[in-house]
Design a protein around this ligand. Sequence first.
Ligand code: KG4
Ligand code: ZN
Length: 330
Amino acid sequence: MNDTIILGIETSCDETAAAVVKNGRITLSNLISSQIDVHRKFGGVVPEIAARKHIEVISYIVNESLAQANVTLPELSGIAVSNGPGLVGALLTGLSYAKGLAFASDIPLLGMHHIYSHICANYLDTDWEPPFVCLVVSGGHTHIIDVADYTTCTVIGRTRDDAAGEAFDKVGRALGLPYPGGPEIDKLAKQGNPEAIKFPKTLFEDSLDFSFSGLKSAVLQYLNKNDDIDINDICASFQACVTDVLVSRTMTACKQRGQKKIALAGGVASNDGLRQSMRKACEDNNILLSLPKPVYCTDNAAMVAGGGYYRYINNEADKYDLNAFPSLDL
Ligand code: KG4
Ligand code: ZN
């Protein structure tokens, strides 16, 4: 059987990324150009700047990813591109580029759901297979998803307010840490005591949903009320609260669905505290765990190309009127 080689393009937020993946699993190249330094001075991603910055580098990133993979356009089976959810201007840059390339080279175009792509990061460079329960934790999303097979994903829990990454970033901002706060809090938490401060945890009784806005407000109140603060202890205590809730609800979901496997995905899945707690909980409960490499957790195009393989083999190519969507159901 011939290999299926997919080019992936990702521009949903502030990373311009392109990658080439063989048969949904083998990463041949994975390039990421981050705009973080540009957005940092604004304390968050500025959508209009993000879209313009993608335009500046996208040709170079795509050409370089093909060159590093040693693949030419005629060898591609498909071009997979994120078309939602995300910042619509940013998405349109990648989508328009992918459409042009697909049309000019007569290659099937595959529009990709960003969350589905995050889940598919678990298949890269591994032999991990469905079924499993996936915790997707990113800057914009916090979902528990039942992954029945490669293309059937059912959301069984979600945040009712802030996403986990958003809570990390907002707390980071209040602590005066550079954007994005997540990786900074992860670092400082290692030197702090996770039991130093009792922040509230929200667990709904009959639901797998999450809520992080109460915890975020509690940290802000703590900062307003106390002058003598230990930033490491705050980071460790906040992070422990988030990870406890994420781990406990994912374990409950796994048991409820009768599953034996859990996978993590999304930028927050690169958090060391979360990875450690999830590892321990899975060992204690005899559950297999997939932890994608950190570079496959944060936004990248290998996960987009990997996911594109499953749409391609199901003959699900899109037409050239495919649009970009700021929000999109899985
Ligand atoms: O998946 P991602 O790259 O983009 C979205 O789809 O949103 O996730 C970005 C989010 C940001 O909120 C960032 O602070 C968070 O992931 N993040 C982390 C870590 N690395 C990235 N949060 C906690 N600990 C980390 N090590
Ligand atoms: Zn993402």
